[in-house]
Design a protein around this ligand. Structure first.
Ligand SMILES: C=C(O[C@@H]1C=C(C(=O)O)C=C[C@H]1O)C(=O)O
Length: 376
């Protein structure tokens, strides 16, 4: 029988040689990097890499090994590029565009825009983040909010970006990509619906309930105990509270936030009537300049890739290689280019961290297009 220890000794000897040769190769690649720094030549040379893969594939004796050798050399060259990007970033050839580092957002002296009406969840997010006395105004659409920030009518906009049960707010993702506005902060609001009515409403005498369709869906269990109530959909939950106030009819109630009761002078007839206890919406705060808080911990970027095998894998490898923790990926179709996608990525890190700089550099060099959406 073969001796496992003996075989492993032989493997160890080969690995020693592989490591020595790898290091020798990397040393030569640093010389290539120096040449590129001097001449301004791009790090990635796809023609050279293709030729290299073809050449090493031909050197393989056992056809069974061709695929593994291709894969191995792709990885070796990817690592060589990552090392070169680091060297380039360390020299004066950084690709980072300037930005303003601020200690914190001046929440007192600013004007904030949100989409919707007072009492809606964006309004709640805004007041919780900026304080109840914040100077603010509402607009009908998310695009209007982006425009207001772009034009400087507002310093900040508050926009819902994702919900723990419903997923991403696709339109907001697309707008953030389209506009040159930047994410400067995020805030979370737990969706907690209440049953609202005029003061003195007797639940047993209710005939009609107003809410947004999502509001009805999220309170199914509660509503199943009131099957005789007619459910009438409204454009938003806060609007249904307003309707109850205007109709001044004690048989009509609304499903909306407790804040909406405050805004529209209604009584809270039942609290937390939503089925799920952990339904939370994440909001982003955007502004029109590249301004980030100094202790920012999360990066948001968006990039486009060519629709070729392995491109997404290669781009994400820059995040993994630099030891950064990715927390989210979202893909959105690119308008006018059927079946091509943009990828929105969130990962932990600060723009001043060399690991983040190197990851961004790598993606910038190898993606079709990349945009930094914010560091917050
Ligand atoms: C080392 C170089 O840079 C990159 C890495 C390569 C490699 O490791 O062999 C090949 C081509 C380039 O994408 C080079 O241009 O030769």
């Amino acid at each position: 029988m073969l001796d496992l220890g003996e075989i492993r000794d032989k493997i160890d000897g080969i690995d020693r040689q592989l490591v020595d040769l790898f290091e020798e190769r990397m040393q030569l690649c640093t010389d290539v990097a120096k040449y590129k720094i001097e001449t301004g030549k791009k790090v990635l040379d796809t023609d050279r890499e293709k030729a290299k893969i073809e050449a090493v594939s031909k050197m393989v004796k056992d056809p069974e090994n061709v695929h593994a050798i291709d894969d191995l050399f792709s990885q070796i060259m990817a690592n060589s590029r990552k090392m070169q990007y680091r060297l380039l970033e360390e020299t004066t050839q950084t690709l980072r565009e300037p930005y303003e580092a601020i200690d914190e957002i001046d929440k007192k002296n600013c004007r904030v825009v949100y989409q919707g009406v007072p009492g809606a969840y964006s309004y709640i997010a805004m007041r919780r983040f900026f304080g109840k006395d914040v100077n603010n105004f509402a607009v009908p659409t998310w695009r209007d909010a982006m425009e207001a920030v772009k034009n400087g009518e507002a310093d900040y906009a508050v926009l819902p970006i994702e919900n723990t049960t419903a997923g991403c707010v696709a339109d907001v993702y697309d707008l953030i990509q389209e506009y040159d506005n930047y994410i400067i902060a995020e805030t979370f609001v737990k969706v907690e619906h209440a049953l609202l009515g005029l003061e003195g409403t007797d639940i047993d005498k209710v005939t009609t309930v107003y809410s947004h369709p999502q509001g009805f869906m999220q309170c199914e269990k509660f509503l199943s105990r009131h099957k005789d109530w007619q459910q009438i959909s409204q454009a938003n939950t806060a609007g249904s509270a307003k309707k109850v106030l205007e109709e001044n009819d004690k048989t009509h109630v609304a499903i909306a936030s407790e804040e909406a009761a405050e805004v529209y002078n209604l009584s809270v007839l039942a609290k937390k009537i939503n089925d799920l206890d952990n339904n939370t919406t994440r909001f982003v705060i955007v502004t029109n300049t590249r301004k980030f808080v100094k202790n920012a911990k999360k990066m948001s970027i968006v990039f486009e890739t060519a629709n070729e095998p392995g491109t997404l894998y290669n781009l994400l490898s820059h995040i993994i290689y630099n030891g950064l923790n990715m927390n989210k990926i979202e893909s959105r179709p690119i308008e006018g280019r059927p079946w091509e996608y943009r990828f929105f990525i969130d990962f932990e890190g600060n723009i001043d961290d060399p690991a983040v700089m190197n990851a961004l550099r790598g993606i910038q060099e190898e993606a079709k297009a990349i945009k930094l959406l914010g560091n917050y």
